[in-house]
Design a protein around this ligand. Structure first.
Ligand code: AMP
Length: 280
């Protein structure tokens, strides 16, 4: 499974990515983590990125595209991955498309965590206060001032990706303001809808193939009214459309939203979970 987690800083992408990693056995590819490691190691990439990151800006596209292109090549990414914090601009998304295409890979879903910006600032302030209280080191770009800049960068450069992916693929929007477990449940719900519609498509393809081969075996070519090729193509197309519709419908599924709301009411520790959601 290959996924993108889209959402502003502090939306809980890192937390949700870790849960998906544990559940699906795929790797989390966080460009933020990779860049922080490069800064700490003092590599040429790190030296380039250090000041930009500290000020809340975006590292140049070619730098992060290069990092991801190399990372995807590693064997642990073969089973699938979750991109957390990448792509962040339209050129990065286009480069990712080209990269995946060149490898014959496809994205299964883009999950957008939608959150309320003023609540994000409050989350960060609370987290910084907690960490400082515990004597822990606070991330240099996790101050309210830098976060405002990171949010501005998200709005102007990353948010256009919502439109980019809604036009091209399965964009699934999840309410990121819910407690952590409910966000996870919603993500899992939409992912399982995708997986089952993909299974259905594969099954339909297989049975169409089987019936096509039966038809061609039963009738001599001269007696066939419809070419065998058509028998294969028609159900495949129809199934694809049905699968797309199913995935779309499931992403907007009211019962899912209702169920999620219901869970919020019954959740025992929403405040604790909401605080945790801000953590990376
Ligand atoms: P994150 O941990 O994802 O919030 O990223 C921390 C910082 O790393 C960002 O504020 C950017 O400066 C930089 N960064 C991470 N990912 C990207 C990316 N895909 N494109 C540009 N800059 C990035």
């Amino acid at each position: 499974m290959r996924l993108i987690l889209l959402g502003p800083p502090g939306a809980g992408k890192g937390t949700q990515a870790q849960r998906l990693v544990a559940r699906h056995g795929i790797v989390q590819l966080s460009t933020g983590d990779m860049l922080r490691a490069a800064v700490a190691a003092g590599t040429p990439v790190g030296l380039k990125a250090k000041d930009i990151m500290a000020s809340g800006g975006l590292v140049p596209d070619e730098v992060v595209i290069g990092i991801i292109a190399d990372r995807i090549e590693l064997p642990d990414a073969a089973k699938g991955f979750i991109l957390d914090g990448f792509p962040r601009t339209v050129p990065q998304a286009e480069a990712l498309d080209a990269l995946l295409k060149s490898k014959g890979l496809k994205l299964d879903a883009v999950v957008e965590l939608r959150v309320n910006e003023s609540a994000l600032l409050q989350r960060v302030e609370a987290r910084v206060a907690e960490m400082t209280g515990r004597g822990e080191t606070v991330r240099i770009d996790d101050t309210p001032e830098v976060l405002s800049k990171r949010l501005a960068a998200y709005r102007s450069q990353t948010e256009p990706l919502v439109h980019y992916y809604s036009e091209r693929r399965n964009l699934l929007t999840v309410d990121g303001m819910m407690p952590i477990q409910e966000v996870t449940d919603d993500i899992e719900r939409v992912l399982s809808a995708i997986v089952s519609s993909e299974k259905k498509t594969a099954k339909a393809k297989a049975s169409a193939k089987k019936s096509a081969s039966k038809t061609s075996a039963a009738k001599p070519a001269a007696n066939r009214r419809t070419p065998a090729k058509k028998t294969v193509k028609a159900p495949t197309k129809a199934t694809k459309t049905a699968a797309k519709t199913a995935a779309k419908a499931s992403s907007k599924s009211k019962p899912a939203a209702k169920a999620a709301k219901k869970t919020i009411k019954t959740s025992k520790a929403p405040a604790k979970s909401a605080k945790k959601a801000g953590k990376k």
